[in-house]
Design a binder for this molecule. Sequence first.
Ligand code: 5AD
Ligand code: SF4
Length: 486
Amino acid sequence: MIKKEDLEIKMQSFDLTMTPPAEEPQRQYYYIAKAKKLVQELETRLGRKPTFCVTTFGCQMNARDSEKLSGILEEIGYVDNGSDEKSDFVIYNTCTVRDNANQRVYGRLGALSNYKKKNPQMRIALCGCMMQEETVIAKLKKSYRFVDLIFGTHNIFKFAELVCDMLESEDMIVDIWESTDKIVEDLPIVRKYPFKSGINIMFGCNNFCSYCIVPYVRGRERSRSPEDIIREIEMLVADGVVEIMLLGQNVNSYGKNLDNPISFAQLLQKIEQIEGLERIRFMTSHPKDLSDELIEVMRDSKKICRHLHLPLQSGSTRILEQMNRRYTKEQYLELALKIRREIPDISLTTDIIVGFPGETDADVDDTIDVIRKVGYDNAFTFIYSKRTGTPAAAMENQVPEDVVKRNFNRVLETVQEVSKNRTVVYTGQEVEVLVEEINEHDDSLVTGRMSNNTMVHFKGDASLVGTLQRVYLEECHGFYYTGRSI
Ligand code: 5AD
Ligand code: SF4
């Protein structure tokens, strides 16, 4: 992250008739300055400010990437109008973790092609995980020629440069990198919320769970230096942020490959020291790497939120082995129960996949057994989706759809029953809530989150947004509470 004033100073020094610098991020500052000129020309032609809309599919990492895209676009003179069909520049930041995410993108592109016919100056860009797949690129090149710009996950920092190329060309521009060891920092960024922010602490994943496409589309694990992370958080706090979410595919292996190795727990302890920061969240933890050190640091912390997302995927040791998860049912249970023992008020959430190749009813019984024993506060349940190129896609014993559906419903019912019983236990307690917004359905109410991530609605107005409030929890309504300010 870079302060706006510093960026202005850096860009003023560029002579656009010179060749662009080779090193980053200076090269992108040059292209930001150049893009500003091109967008100004576009504004003159249109007689109004050109507009953009970034639509995010998938996880929090993508949401953070979208803030980077918006940061560049606002810097170069586009205005966010929040509606894709009415925008001059439409960007889809895609996900490919399950096939339905891909299908949604193709569906929206189909609709967009009609808008573009009526509005030929419209530009369309696609980026994110789906673009790292060769089959996707081949399909787009063949059947979606109206797309103007396609780039991937490794070169997103080049967005300003790619926008310049796009504005100067009529052809489809495709720039996909197979991998990168680069982490380019200090580019402009806009935040969706003024008071909370995601922060990347690492990129990529080395785990190669056999069903998962992420390591192929996000590349190998790379950690940012603790100094850069702390500096970014300090700047965010100075800018009004009170809650941060540290982002990585597997935060528990953070720092292992740095020149000066540091553990994730040690990083958390450093972040805890930052004055003015109130809450620390993180996502996602792999059970095999979750250390006792981390449990202790969480237990003793005043700022780390009482929430841990600990993906189970399956409760069957046999399936876990096929998934290459590197823990057994018993090891997972031991870990989850240790966490519950050490930090009794923690909320535990998880991800579960139903229908992995070879999964039997007995395997699903094991999953249900773990759900009951851990007593998850919430669980995201997914139907297994075959991802081309992953080892699981080549497994022969894919499970028939009707069996998957039946087992999926069994898991879902258990999750709902268990999580309802968990959430209700806070009724009658006083808790701290970070107010996030005016309630969508009733503007006399505000909506916020407890430290354990449960939503709470209570009487209040816009002046409370972004502040921490003490709230008495009056009534539990399934997965959220209503309460009153005290
Ligand atoms: N099919 C279904 N779910 C998947 N996930 C990852 N890959 C697949 C797949 N091929 C789920 C996992 C992961 C979450 C982000 O998405 O549960 O934790
Ligand atoms: Fe995918 Fe496994 Fe890496 Fe998570 S840890 S991103 S499920 S390979």
